[in-house]
Design a protein around this ligand. Sequence first.
Ligand code: PLP
Length: 435
Amino acid sequence: MQFYSTNNNSSRVSTKQALFHSMPVDKGLYMPVSIPYQDISFFDKIAGGSLADVGYEICKALFAGEIADADLQQITHQAFPFETPVVALEDGALGVLELFHGPSLAFKDVGARFMASLMSYFSGKSDQEVHILVATSGDTGGAVAMGFHNVPGVRVSILYPTGRVSDLQEKQLTTLGGNVQAFEVKGSFDDCQALVKQAFLDTSLTNRIALSSANSINIFRLIPQSFYYVSAYGQSKRVGKPIVFSTPSGNFGNLSAGILASKMGLPVHHFIASTNLNHVVPDYLHTGTYAPKESVATISNAMDVGSPSNFVRLTHLYGDQFDTVAEHVKGYYFDDPSTEAGMQQIYSQYGYVACPHTAIGIMGAQQDKIRSTQDVYHIALATAHPSKFKPLVEQVLNIDVDVPERLAVLATRKKQSYLIDPDYGSFKEALLATI
Ligand SMILES: *Cc1c(COP(=O)(O)O)cnc(C)c1O
């Protein structure tokens, strides 16, 4: 595949460059130069397979002649040892696509694990170990740490602000061991990010180790997220209705991945951008004016984004034509009291326990259903397991929420981290001491 920068249509880079550099030097975003179009028979044939098999078949179309089939098979099956089931809430009318059956219990596993497998493939070919540096405020770091754990040819250093991540999040970052190490920074998330940025600019460091990032804007975190839209299509075909996807959104990577799937030819009636009070995209869809803002804090905090990093990708996929975007994407947003009320309504009506983000996705689908004149099947994306937001969900629904065994075991493990001051000298010294 070849990629261009959204800031410069005539630039071209390879798969490997887009993967390891994440961001073009002109600060745009990488996008595929061409998206291979498949007709419906392709999707009908592949969509019934496992997530790994769906991914494999799409990868064959995307990377034909570039990566051997056997390697693609290995990459996708290593990345996706779990499924993304569609669970019916209202038979034939409303379903939930559960994306939280991976190791860190959130959909970000899908992107992080695929990226890890692909990096491992390339670094295996060059014999040079890749060193991933990530700053995290909690959630993404867990998906990255667990996604890269035990992946050959890759080392991971995670920086997180001490005392500012939840206990379980910290355990995900600090107890894996092996190729994953954690730096506990006596400072804020911004300090962590500044240290990572400085490391990339430090040639005395980058000459010694092959640094890379697992940045959320990396196009190879987005591409694999298109696979579960295809899987959902396969699982819902028996309903026999056009599909509408409602995606709870913050940085809009997840929704852009759905649009990418539809550009590959997947039949989707339309999309719904469901957000919390950070509703710059729903506003844009109503008015045509895009006005990024400071983010506001909500209970669906993984979506607290006032200036979504994938907005440019979303509009590029529609040729930057507002009318086309507005025709294919509807926007709804919900404040915290209505999110809590929605969680309660979803629990009492369907017996379904939704995290606040997932609840917003379901509510967006319900709102759209009220306004819809067509008989369609709404599928809301469930982006995190409710136990990731255990105190909140338990308080709002007045129930006990169990943490799945695979994550609960981490709580008993011993934390291992390097405690450092928030200055670059301390970080560099500690990092070099580990290699
Ligand atoms: C990251 C995240 C989102 C937002 O996804 P985007 O791709 O940034 O729009 C929604 N829900 C949860 C639980 C998340 O972790």
